[in-house]
Design a protein around this ligand. Structure first.
Ligand SMILES: *Cc1c(COP(=O)(O)O)cnc(C)c1O
Length: 387
């Protein structure tokens, strides 16, 4: 059997895969089993922050593999302590819990919010307001947090304790808070899976004010928008606010699984010994790779990401067959006249791998993509949209 047949025979059919077997790559280039080359405009869904086989990341990971791969959380290790320090120093958060994925980072935030509500507001204050059209993961709690029925319908009953408000509608959030006993509001600064829909900065600021007034927490899910993706280290930084809890994953590991939940002053120490844990969380190899990534996300790189994003937006926003372009930095959504699935497959045929989010084409290239690669990819997308 070839690889596609093996996969469809033995792998649970939860993924509608593209008909491509990827075998290797370098930077923003990928190669398939037939030797065909592609420009990677997806980074494994915002994961490969510096592309494939980036040598700095590789060296950090390989050095750690050759030293110590795992200890369990019963012991201290250097990479996990160092990564937590870097995250806190770069953001002002006070402490970090490490897990292995975005959903787990959010589970941790949800548990923390429930404990916070119980201890600070009252026993019944366990509800968390999330937004319609949001996406927070695939576990039972995080599908309940996800404000889209499509993710709920096969898995009822949903985990209790989530109430949904309209994005960019502060009055609706106020109404929901007045009708339910709530511990927190949880948002993505740009709804990624929901179609690259940015929240208004003013709405984010208003949520900060509202949650402060009610002594509630503001949780920001930066699993996709974090780690430099939008041209700031984290998406909330565009609004000039400080959340109480921020979760991240995807690009943090640069290609290895890691999730992080960062706690601010108001919730420092909330998850006390024995209340939460993870066998693999804080794994030395993942943390060594992540620390090497975090160290490189400086102002210069953020300016580059912003400029590259503006280049894409300028090129595409007035192109034939493009109705609108949304997003920030290198997280971009394109509404084309043509069906998004058709754009994705035509681009692939022409050697450019792009993603989809709802009815949009979604671009999440490695932050290190060169202008030459970017130009080529954008020209292909334009060509396909104009067909
Ligand atoms: C991808 C994503 C998740 C889920 O992350 P996993 O690592 O797949 O569990 C959660 N929230 C947001 C905003 C995401 O984009």
């Amino acid at each position: 059997m070839d690889i596609k047949q093996l996969d469809s025979t033995y792998i649970a059919p939860t993924y509608a895969r593209f008909p491509v077997v990827l075998t290797s790559g370098k930077g923003a280039m990928l190669k398939d089993e037939d030797g065909k080359e592609y420009i990677d405009m997806g980074s494994g869904i915002a994961v490969n922050t510096f592309g494939i086989c980036d040598s700095v990341w590789q060296n950090a990971v390989i050095q750690q593999i050759n030293t110590l791969q795992h200890t369990s959380n019963l012991f201290y290790t250097q990479p996990c302590a160092e990564l937590a320090q870097i995250l806190c120093q770069k953001t002002g958060f006070k402490e970090v819990f490490f897990s292995n994925s975005g959903a787990e980072a959010n589970e941790c935030a949800i548990k923390a919010a429930r404990k916070y509500g119980k201890e600070n507001l009252g026993d019944e204050y366990y509800n968390i307001v999330t937004l319609k059209n949001s996406f927070h993961g695939r576990t039972l709690a995080t599908i309940a947090a996800t404000g889209q029925d499509a993710f709920h319908k096969d898995f009822l009953p949903l985990t209790e304790g989530f109430v949904y408000a309209e994005a960019n509608n502060i009055d609706d959030v106020k109404k929901i808070i007045s009708e339910n006993k709530c511990a927190a509001v949880m948002i993505e600064t740009i709804q990624g899976e929901g179609g690259v829909m940015p929240l208004d900065f003013e709405f984010v600021k208003a949520l900060r004010k509202l949650t402060d007034e009610h002594n509630m927490l503001l949780i920001v899910d930066e699993v996709q928008t974090g780690n430099g993706r939008t041209g700031k280290l984290f998406g909330y930084m565009h609004s000039g606010i400080m959340p109480d809890i921020v979760t991240t994953a995807k690009g943090l590991g640069g290609g290895l699984p890691i999730g992080a939940t960062m706690f601010g002053e108001k919730v420092k120490g909330i998850l006390s010994a024995g209340t939460h844990g993870s066998t693999f969380g804080g794994n030395p190899i993942c943390c060594a790779g992540a620390a090497s990534i975090m160290k490189r996300l400086d102002d210069n790189l953020m300016n580059e990401v912003t400029k590259k994003g503006e280049f894409i937006k300028n090129e595409l926003s007035c192109a034939d067959g493009v109705e609108s372009v949304s997003g920030l930095g290198l997280m971009i959504g394109i509404k084309a006249t043509k069906n998004a699935d058709d754009v994705v497959s035509l681009c692939r045929e022409k050697g450019v791998l792009v993603l989809k989010a709802k009815d949009k084409i979604r671009l999440l290239p490695p932050l290190s993509i060169t202008y030459e690669q970017l130009e080529k990819a954008v020209n292909t997308i334009k060509e396909v949209c104009a067909l």
